[in-house]
Design a protein around this ligand. Structure first.
Ligand code: TYD
Length: 230
């Protein structure tokens, strides 16, 4: 099973991906946690190029191709081998992020994005995509708080403009509306534990009831700490 997490920056995707992986592992399942851009050594090198802004001078088209080049290697080196041995793959961002970010921020046309996605992803589309949804003003506030707390720099794709986050939010909601069998939109304004339980229930349903029943609930402990992977 291939599960992806999508949504705005600061929506808690990484934390939820990690909690889900932990719950499924406790149930004895093999889980591969991965992320985009990145997820394989070559794709991680491209990540550095993209998030540092070094690729920016080449323009939005080139960035779109780089996200796709990274994805092609990630699929080849990490995702497809894991799925082939029946592991569960949990990926923090995937092709929907290209549709949303490069579509909205880079103004890359849908036809081009769809063609690149078809060529790179092919049959390896996610079985389930969890979109964590946040109003744009909450996103802006969370990003500001996160930076102030951690002294972190925002990456190139995390500008603070409200209109930018509003457009990204609608891009993800639009993707969900077009692919209702694959995508589930959940509010990222509920508590970390509640959200983790809702996500686990969804995954249990998709895995099939018998197997799902054996998956224990996440503990209400300090598991909930957000983690940034830079
Ligand atoms: P990351 O630090 O992983 O941020 P987040 O915690 O929000 O996932 O940085 C990934 C950034 O790259 C994020 O701002 C979104 C952007 N991105 C794209 O623009 N296109 C893509 O295809 C992907 C996968 C990510």
């Amino acid at each position: 099973m291939f599960i992806t997490f999508e949504g705005s920056d600061g929506s808690g995707k990484s934390t939820q991906a990690e909690l889900l992986a932990r719950s499924l592992r406790r149930a004895g399942l093999e889980v591969i946690e991965t992320r985009e851009p990145g997820g394989s050594p070559r794709a991680e090198a491209i990540r550095e190029l993209l998030l540092s802004g070094k690729a920016a001078p080449f323009g939005a088209f080139a960035e779109t191709m780089l996200f796709n080049a990274a994805r092609a290697d990630h699929l080849r080196a990490t995702i497809r081998p894991a799925l082939a041995r029946s592991a569960i793959v949990i990926c923090d961002r995937f092709a929907d992020s290209t549709r949303a970010y490069q579509g909205v921020l880079g103004k890359i046309g849908d036809d081009l994005l769809a063609a690149a996605e078809a060529a790179v992803v092919g049959d390896t589309a996610p079985d389930l995509t969890i979109i964590l949804d946040l109003p744009a003003d909450v996103t802006v506030e969370r990003l500001r708080a996160r930076r102030e707390a951690g002294g972190e720099m925002s990456d190139k794709f995390e500008e603070e403009a409200l209109a930018h986050h509003e457009a990204l939010r609608h891009a993800f909601l639009d993707i969900a509306a077009r692919a209702p069998a694959r995508c589930v939109v959940l509010s990222a304004q509920t508590s970390v534990e509640e959200l983790a339980q809702a996500i686990l229930r969804l995954v249990e349903e998709r895995l099939g009831t018998d197997r799902g029943r054996s998956v224990p609930r996440p503990s209400r402990s300090s598991d909930a700490r957000p983690r940034r992977r830079r």
